[in-house]
Design a protein around this ligand. Structure first.
Ligand code: FAD
Ligand code: DLZ
Ligand code: SF4
Length: 508
């Protein structure tokens, strides 16, 4: 009997379990651009264009390799509008009731597939290094689930940067050598840009017509949309950026969106690259003397450590995870996250490049936009929706633990042992943003005081009961208590006034 083989927009790998267990001679691959997937959040137009162009090209690749592919474009008059709807339509067309799929990366879609009245086989997504069972076994009996220990297991499992059972270089983690600020450099290489082609051009026109009003610039479109292009981007990164990746990992510079970051998460999460092939290339560069250990270890840790760990957390914690709100934060997300004017240079830079590129690097996401939302007490569900919408690499399994857990502490401390909050001093140390800001990073109070400085204390005092006993935060409470009473009062009043002005929609 014919089986339908579902391939979703982030499953564009020929190693996909659903494709591996099907037969090109008899089975039919179903791929569909659907309104439901394109609008469950107001995705950045570049993210939608990337998904559709990469899907169309992958469908073509499958056809060239002998598969029959039933592909639905968004503007097909027959389009049923959702993945379950498309499966039912294709089941009728091909007179079958059987579907094979690889587990989607989002509870919403897993549940929707389970409700489809067809005989569905849901296979594990084995493009990841750690299965749900392995993660459960690792987590079993542990009081806290710290990434660092999980990462060591992944190093042992993959053998990456291992010398027998010992880590190469004698240490598991070289972050101590990292975290330096960067200097502007006109000659720094940026990732290779997409060459226009007919498929991409047609998709860009479609996305412009249907999603042109979503937040974000569609053109120019720089990203690769097939495996060959993703491999070019990978090779470029290994040659030009990996050597300095570690040292400047946390740095931020005005007008320099990528620095030494890989800009590979969008390809990796869509399936155009695999985690092991990326890490092996990085390891090779270390062994050939083309990249130092602090960079290669740091990079590999992000992929086999953080990426696998957050996926484990997402599936272990269950469908309610994105709605958690441990700190009971209720403020609305300010309009400047969607491009309204702000005088805060750091926010304007991070949001501006997000609008232009559907990309910001980790420290911009964590210590600028994430830090501000947490300090200001924004509702984490709104923060989550924003991150899921605006980044080309965002899918819920990876975005939610990073946002709800790591950045907003809304899971109550599963991912992060303490909240990632900082005053303006951190941003000043790691960037050149403060030099050209309306606010003064050294001012702790007064009309031009950096809002991060004011809100930092406001956050700590708001949540004193919860965090005072945390040994890693006790020092901050002692510092606050040492200020004279008038000053303490002034800081908190100015922070309140700032939040009021912001919530009234005034330019802040
Ligand atoms: P690099 O900085 O060059 O890192 C290399 C690779 O490591 C990345 O391509 C990515 O695959 C992996 N990686 C690094 N950090 C993480 C992490 N914390 N979790 C998972 N993988 C990681 N990453 C996403 O892939 N999708 C998201 O939706 C996403 N949302 C985030 C939201 C917030 C609030 C924060 C703080 C982080 C988020 N991240 C997300 C993690 C990280 O910021 C991005 O993976 C990274 O910025 C992607 O850019 P890059 O490819 O240049 O990565
Ligand atoms: C992100 C995305 C978009 C914008 N559109 C589609 C689509 O039309 N069809 C599809 O199969 N997948 C799309 N995707 C990726 C899905 O949203 C993704 O598979 C789920 O979020 C699960 O991770
Ligand atoms: Fe951001 Fe404050 Fe620096 Fe301005 S002074 S860029 S608001 S950290």
């Amino acid at each position: 009997m014919v089986k339908l083989v579902l391939v979703l927009g982030d499953q564009l790998s020929d190693a996909l379990s659903a494709l591996q267990s099907a037969d090109p001679a008899t089975d039919i691959v179903v791929m569909a651009e659907v309104g439901a997937e394109a609008s469950y959040v107001p995705h950045h137009p570049k993210k939608i264009a990337f998904a559709f162009a990469a899907m169309r090209k992958f469908a073509e690749y499958l056809r060239e390799n002998g598969w029959r592919v039933a592909y639905t474009q968004l503007d097909d008059p027959e389009n049923a509008g959702s993945i379950p709807g498309e499966l039912l339509r294709r089941a009728e067309e091909f007179e079958t009731g059987t579907v094979i799929a690889t587990e989607p990366g989002e509870w919403r879609l897993i549940e929707a597939l389970r409700d489809v009245p067809l005989e569905l086989t849901l296979l594990p997504d084995d493009r990841f290094l750690c299965s749900h069972q392995e993660f459960a076994d690792w987590a079993e009996g542990r009081k806290v689930l710290r990434m660092e220990y999980f990462y060591r297991e992944m190093r042992r499992k993959t053998g990456l940067l291992m010398d027998g059972d010992q880590p190469v270089g004698g240490k598991w983690n070289f972050d101590h050598d990292n975290r330096k600020p960067a200097k502007p450099d006109l000659f720094r290489k940026t990732p290779p840009e997409a060459r226009g082609d007919a498929v991409l051009d047609a998709v860009l026109d479609l996305v412009e017509a249907r999603f042109g009003n979503n937040f974000g610039a569609l053109r120019p479109f720089p990203y690769q949309t097939d495996r060959a292009g993703a491999l070019r981007a990978l090779n470029h990164f290994i040659e030009h950026a990996l050597p300095d990746f570690g040292t400047y990992q946390d740095a931020m510079l005005e007008g320099d969106p990528y620095l030494y970051h890989a800009v590979l998460a969008l390809y990796l999460n869509a399936g155009l690259l695999g985690p092991l092939e990326i890490c092996k290339k990085a390891e090779e560069a270390y062994h050939d003397g083309r990249a130092p250990l602090n960079s290669v270890e740091g990079f590999i840790r992000q992929i086999i450590g953080w990426r696998e760990y957050v996926r484990g957390i997402y599936f272990r914690e269950g469908p309610d995870y994105p709605r958690r709100n441990a700190l009971n934060h209720q403020r609305k997300l300010p309009g400047f996250y969607w491009g309204d004017e702000t005088r805060m240079k750091c926010i304007a830079q991070a949001v501006g490049q997000t609008r232009d590129l559907a990309y910001a690097h980790h420290i911009q996401r964590l210590m600028v936009t994430g830090n501000f939302a947490l300090l200001a007490g924004v509702n984490p569900a709104e923060v989550h929706e924003w991150y899921l919408a605006v980044y080309a690499d965002a899918y819920e399994w990876v975005e939610a633990p990073n946002t709800v857990g790591m950045s907003q502490f809304a899971d109550g401390g599963i991912v992060a042992s303490k909240p990632y909050v900082s005053s303006g001093a951190y941003i000043d140390r790691m960037s050149d943003y403060c030099k050209n800001c309306h606010y003064r990073v050294r001012d702790k109070t007064g009309a031009r005081a950096c809002p991060f400085n004011l809100l930092y204390w406001h956050f700590l005092i708001r949540h004193r009961d919860r965090f005072e006993g945390n040994p890693r935060m006790a020092q901050m409470y002692r510092t606050f208590d040492r200020m004279d009473e008038g000053r303490r009062k002034q800081v908190l009043e100015e922070a309140d006034a700032f939040l009021d002005r912001m919530s009234r929609g005034e330019v802040v």
